[in-house]
Each structure stands twice: as structure tokens, then as C-alpha cells.
Write a new protein. Structure first.
Length: 314
């Protein structure tokens, strides 16, 4: 499996990262497949899980979220994000070879074979399954049911202008999982949180997709970035605005207190600033704004945790 060829880092990866400087050369292509040098992906997968966990903990009257569940969700996010990226690269190898930003990825550049990538994907998915099996039966079934969405996502860019919607369905699934882990069921609050997460994902991934819009047009890849075009800022006002409204509805349904809403207000200001400064023709800026959504995730989580502490102790 480790008979790989290290031809160097991926073009849009962080330069001189530990993956490229400290890992043995035979392991580096696998780390690049999993995007270990780019944690933003698992941040964005993890935050809906932790929001949901904190929201459920508040509703259950706990002071803080269950630490063990939070650790499991972190590990699961890293494993499943890596498995998802590997799967996407397997499916998209011919497209990636035609796009400047992606042709240096491990499969199109020849660092690993498709067979090696499939084995690595299976190992990561197995790690995710081990994590999932630590939860209650309802949560296990709920987690497994998300796999159909994950499997469909890489093909969406070929058939619809809304692949970001399907990405939202997959990346926001954690908004259901945290609540399910605590209560063994779902209710209105996590469903509203999930719907808001979908719109948030469409928004931030639209910004991200503006990096590739010229290459995407040449190879026939579809996206909301190409769909919205010069009206992206107006679309983000609607998407991010609806995100905040749905999150507020989730907080109300869960009986959250003022600190949770204060966190949401601060997060809304952060999203508004993204819209204000966005330049869709500046790829570097689009990447930085996309990454800044992890800050939004952290702001919301801190607000929910502080709200739980205040409610419990005051």
C-alpha cells in the first residue's frame, strides 16, 4: 500500500506544512488525500456536531456538553472528512487533471493509484464507524443514513448548478447527530439547526467555488458560484440571513438563553463582514473568507457553552 511516489505538495496546500516536512515520504500522498494539512474541512464538519451537542446539553439542563461525545465527534469529523475527500478525489480524478488548482493532487499527479486510494478510504471509513458505534442505536442509524448523501455529492457538479446544496446536506448532518446522541431522538430544534447549516454551507462553499469558476466553465463543472455570478453578494445576503433566522429558531425551540443569542448576533456580524468585503475575482481572498467560517463556528459554540454555564450556575 505504501509504494507511493512523492512528487511534492498540492498546489493550493499550505506550504512547508508538517505533512510535507515531517511525515515519511511514503505516507505524504495519503495525508494529502485526507487533506490533513488543511484542517478547515474537518472544522466545518465538526462545528454543526458541537453546536447540536451544546444545544442539546442546554435543553437537558447540563452545565457543559458531554466531553466524551465532543472528543468522539472531533475524531469522527477528521476521519470522515478524510474519507470523503479521498472518495471525491477518486471520483473526480479526470476533472482534477484538467483544473490548474487540483491537477497536482495525489491521484492525477500519480502519487498514489486509485486502488491505494480506495484502501485508504476504507480504513478511514472504518475509523469513523468505530467512533459511530460508541453512540446510541438511534444515532448510529442516523449516522449511517448520511452515507447516501456523501456518496452522491461528487456527481452533483456534473448534473446540477446546486452541488453546494448537496454538500450542505452532508456537511450539516452533525446538526442532527449531537442532539440525537443526547436524547436518542430528534425534535424541531436540531431540524432547524440542520436547515440553517445547509444554507450556511451553500454560502461559504459558493465563496470557495469562485476560485475555480474559470476552469470549471472550461471543463463543464457546475456550481452556485457560476450560477450566482455577479449577484453572489445578494445571494449571500439571503443565504446567510436565512441561516441566522433558522439558528435563532433552533435556539428558541431549545429554550436557549441570552448568551446563546449574543453569540449568534456576533456570528451574524461576522457573516455580514464576509459579504461586505467579498471580491469574487480575488481567489486568495475568497479562500481566506471561506476559511474564516471556522471562526463563525467557534463563536456560536462559545455562545452556547457560556449560555449553558450561566443557566446552570446562575
Amino acid at each position: 500500500m505504501f509504494n507511493t511516489k512523492d512528487t511534492g505538495p498540492v498546489a493550493d496546500a499550505v506550504k512547508r506544512h508538517w505533512v510535507d516536512t515531517r511525515l515519511p515520504p511514503g505516507l505524504r500522498p495519503f495525508a494529502r488525500l485526507a487533506r490533513w494539512e488543511r484542517p478547515i474541512g474537518w472544522y466545518l464538519l465538526m462545528w454543526p456536531c458541537l453546536w447540536s451537542l451544546a444545544l442539546a446539553s442546554n435543553a437537558a439542563g447540563a452545565a457543559i456538553p458531554n466531553i466524551w461525545y465532543a472528543v468522539l465527534m472531533f475524531i469522527g469529523a477528521v476521519a470522515m472528512r478524510g474519507a470523503g475527500c479521498t472518495y471525491n478525489d477518486i471520483v473526480d480524478k479526470d476533472i482534477d487533471d484538467k483544473v490548474e488548482r487540483t491537477r497536482s493532487r495525489p491521484i492525477p499527479s500519480g502519487q498514489v493509484s486509485s486502488k491505494q486510494a480506495k484502501i485508504f478510504m476504507a480504513l478511514q471509513a472504518l475509523a469513523g464507524l468505530v467512533v459511530l458505534l460508541q453512540f446510541n442505536t438511534f444515532t448510529i442509524v442516523l449516522g449511517i443514513s448520511s452515507l447516501a448523501i456523501v456518496a452522491a455529492y461528487p456527481f452533483m457538479k456534473r448534473i446540477t448548478d446546486w452541488p453546494q446544496f448537496v454538500l450542505g446536506l452532508a456537511f450539516s448532518w452533525g446538526a442532527l447527530m449531537g442532539w440525537a446522541a443526547v436524547f436518542g431522538s430528534l425534535s424541531l430544534a436540531p431540524v432547524l439547526l440542520y436547515c440553517g447549516g445547509i444554507l450556511w454551507t451553500i454560502g461559504y462553499d459558493t465563496i470557495y467555488a469562485h476560485q475555480d469558476k474559470e476552469d470549471d466553465a472550461l471543463v463543464g463543472v457546475r456550481s452556485t458560484a457560476r450560477l450566482f455570478g455577479e449577484k453572489t453578494r445578494q445571494a449571500l445576503v439571503i443565504l446567510y440571513g436565512a441561516t441566522v433566522v433558522l439558528f435563532a429558531g433552533a435556539f428558541i425551540a431549545a429554550g436557549s438563553g441570552p448568551l446563546a443569542f449574543a453569540g449568534l448576533a456576533l456570528g451574524a456580524f461576522h457573516l455580514l463582514n464576509q459579504i461586505r468585503v467579498l471580491d469574487i475575482d480575488d481567489g486568495d481572498q475568497c479562500l481566506q473568507l471561506f476559511k474564516s467560517n471556522s471562526t463563525f463556528g467557534l463563536i456560536l459554540f462559545i455562545g452556547l457553552v457560556l449560555d449553558g454555564l450561566a443557566t446552570y450556575y446562575l
